[in-house]
Design a protein around this ligand. Structure first.
Ligand code: MG
Length: 315
């Protein structure tokens, strides 16, 4: 048994099985099994801190056990069958791989099928990486399982001794698009947020030397914090915004989105000529210069003018 802060054990499922969505980050889903009068058990809260691992809490004793996500899914599947509450439990499973972000007066369920990221899209970053400025966009993917929301924690992997921050303007796709023309591209944009393209730089350096892909160095769980909100494309002109990042209050990165080599319409045209863009997909447009190491205990605050400030922690 492991103790976790009791404040996480809030019940956000009502008697009819509706899940309340108006809670803040990270996503703590809780469910009282006492709702189901057929089972004589104490109320139990199921919570998803960073989605991994999942804690099951007994609010009467504050005791908790941690379950791996796969086991959690199996338990939920069994409960679905027993109680015929498929929709409720289906939602619980769905929330494991999704970040809720404020979007106007509502919340947007950010659930990308893919995150397409730009390598070396700012000249000075290409220079600090001792790389040539690319003539065509360089793209790579991050898995949706690397997403976390504001106020969550980046977990440093044991496999790496050098993890870097990269602050980026993220484009959220609003419409399915294939072979989108540059002149039409902005019609496919829902809005913008901040994405931190967290990178295991030592593993990337090895991959670059050996000509290996970047999946490993870019793809760890928690390596894609996003937020703090999505600003509609009708409310924000993305071409010349201040973009920056602080670690423990010290400014590490500060630039303007006007320094991007390949602009958003060109990126959408290029990427959609390769892969169909789906609603919720994220294009991370590359980082400016000033990338650097993050360590356990660091507080990272990233900002983009007109969007706000994204704060996350390093565990
Ligand atoms: Mg990047």
């Amino acid at each position: 048994m492991v103790s976790v802060p009791y404040k996480y054990a809030s019940v956000i499922c009502d008697g009819a099985g509706h899940i309340f969505k108006n809670f803040h980050y990270p996503i703590y889903l809780a469910l009282s099994l006492s709702l189901f009068s057929a089972i004589p058990v104490h109320p139990v809260g199921l919570i998803l801190p960073n989605r991994f691992p999942i804690a099951v809490i007994d609010p009467s004793t504050h005791d908790s056990v941690f379950l791996p996500p796969i086991l959690f899914c199996e338990i939920i599947t069994v409960l679905q069958v027993i109680f015929n509450k498929a929709s409720t439990f289906y939602l619980l499973k769905e929330y494991m791989f999704m970040v809720l972000l404020p979007f106007g007066d509502t919340q947007y369920e950010l659930r990308p099928t893919k995150m397409i990221c730009l390598g070396k899209n700012y000249v000075k970053h290409a220079e600090e990486m001792r790389s040539e400025v690319p003539k065509e966009p360089i793209i790579f993917l991050k898995p949706p399982s690397s997403l976390i929301g504001p106020e969550e924690k980046i977990v440093l992997p044991k496999m790496s001794k050098l993890v870097h921050h990269e602050v980026e303007l993220a484009v959220i796709i609003g419409e399915r698009g294939k072979n989108v023309k540059r002149k039409d591209a902005m019609n496919y944009v829902l809005g913008y947020t901040i994405l931190l393209d967290i990178t295991a730089r030592d593993l990337q350096n090895i991959a670059r030397k050996k000509g290996l892909p970047w999946t490993l160095c870019k793809g760890f769980d928690t390596f894609a914090p996003v937020g703090p909100r999505i600003v509609s494309s009708s409310e924000l002109e993305p071409d010349d915004l201040e973009i920056g990042l602080k670690v423990n209050g010290e400014i590490r990165q500060k630039s303007r989105t006007s320094e991007m080599i390949f602009k958003i319409p060109q990126l959408i045209e290029y990427i959609s000529s390769v892969m169909t863009l789906e609603p919720g997909d994220i294009i991370a447009t590359g980082t400016p210069e000033g990338v650097g190491k993050i360590e356990q205990g660091d507080v990272i605050e990233a900002w983009i003018e007109g969007i706000g400030e994204l704060r996350v922690y390093v565990e």
